[in-house]
Design a protein around this ligand. Structure first.
Ligand code: NAD
Length: 351
């Protein structure tokens, strides 16, 4: 049985990857996660008792811990998702982003390299680095799409730190022959998304009758991918991706932020009969706020390569995915208040 180390497996996308690997692929999974505010073991209740699942609480910057994980579990694949991931937080305080996204990736690469060099000749190993389309910067109104050969032009401390980590991973592949593969994906949405990101924030604020903040005039365009489609794509790449290659992953769902918020409001209007007082429809709560500094206008992904080479295509449209997502939040309001308060984290860690 193959062993996969997943870093950041208690996060939004990482937990979807862990659930998919355990439930659908029958692999041994080691989840290495620091459990920052964004990591929730609550997202892994469905697999935590599984004999193939092991949780390791630790920091990817901790060289001793990471080396021990490599030597103890002898992984065939590492899927590296651990990161600081929220753009607004990176603007308010970039330091954690430099530490985890750049130094942490560097530490993982060094430990992976030492481990790979210790394996017998011909042994298989792959370092899969999970990254974002934000490294490519802003498409503006050019009408173009990001391809795997688009040049890097990041705008925020978050995207700059992810771009740095991508460069490190590629360099370790070229310089030290470490088998690597990189994926760059568009915006994800779906269950277990921490309620600071646009879609869960809008759903939860709406239910509480709070303002629905929209940056600037809401005309920024993003491509949206349902998180379980992303998890499937990542596992395809980890298993079958070509050594040294990059794959862009996207959902063919370009929408303005304002249209996303309006669609959520319209869906909630249908699903929730009792509205918060003072409004007749949820869109009454939309409030335009000052734009984020350095806010990119448009991202769009050309995902032809992964579709052609690996046969992956998304299963959800934005309409079907958002319906499932909103229903999940309506059914799991308890999860939301627990992760927002940090209660679950403290209980799990025995604090
Ligand atoms: P997330 O913020 O939900 O989860 C990050 C996880 O990493 C958390 O469980 C956290 O506890 C863990 N972590 C943070 N610092 C750590 C450290 N030093 N050591 C060990 N664990 C640590 O992030 P996400 O949205 O699931 O994103 C996962 C990856 O996918 C990131 O690398 C992100 O850049 C990339 N990505 C995200 C999106 C998106 O839309 N969310 C899109 C494309 C790519």
């Amino acid at each position: 049985m193959k062993t996969v180390v997943v870093t950041g497996g208690a996060g939004f996308i990482g937990s979807a990857v862990v659930r998919y690997l355990i439930n659908e692929k029958n692999l041994r999974v080691i989840n290495l996660d620091k459990l920052t505010y964004a990591g929730n073991l609550d997202s892994l209740v469905s697999v935590e008792q599984h004999e193939n699942y092991i949780f390791e609480h630790g920091d990817i910057c901790d060289q001793e811990k990471v080396s021990k994980i490599f030597s103890e579990y002898q992984p065939d694949i590492i899927m590296h998702l651990a990161a600081e991931s929220h753009v607004d937080r990176s603007i308010d305080g970039p330091e954690d982003f430099i530490q985890t996204n750049i130094i942490g990736t560097y530490n993982l690469l060094q430990c992976a390299r030492a481990y790979y060099n210790s394996l017998p000749e011909g042994a298989s190993f792959k370092f899969h680095h999970i990254s974002t389309d934000e490294v490519y910067g802003d498409l503006g109104d050019s009408g173009a799409m990001f391809t795997e050969s688009s040049s890097y032009d990041p705008s925020s401390p978050y995207s700059a730190s992810k771009a740095s980590s991508d460069h490190l991973v590629r360099a370790w592949g070229r310089t030290y022959n470490l088998p690597i593969v990189i994926t760059n994906c568009s915006n994800n949405y779906g269950p277990y998304h921490f309620p600071e990101k646009l879609i869960p924030l809008v759903i939860l604020n709406a239910l509480e009758g709070k303002d629905l903040p929209v940056y600037g005039d809401g005309s920024q365009i993003r491509d949206w991918l349902y998180v379980e489609d992303h998890a499937r794509a990542l596992v395809e790449v980890a298993m079958k991706g070509q050594n040294g290659a990059t794959y862009n992953i996207g959902g063919h769902n370009e929408m303005t932020n304002l249209d996303v918020v309006k669609l959520i409001c319209a869906t909630l209007d249908r699903k929730v009969s009792i509205k918060p007082s003072g409004i007749s429809q949820f869109s009454d709560l939309i409030k335009f706020v000052a734009d984020r500094p350095g806010h990119d206008v448009r991202y769009a992904i050309d995902a032809t390569k992964i579709e052609t080479d690996l046969g992956w295509v998304p299963q959800e449209t934005f309409e079907t995915g958002i319906e499932k997502t909103i229903q999940w939040y309506l059914d799991n309001l308890d999860w939301c208040s627990r992760v927002q308060s940090g209660v679950y984290q403290r209980e799990r860690l025995g604090a």
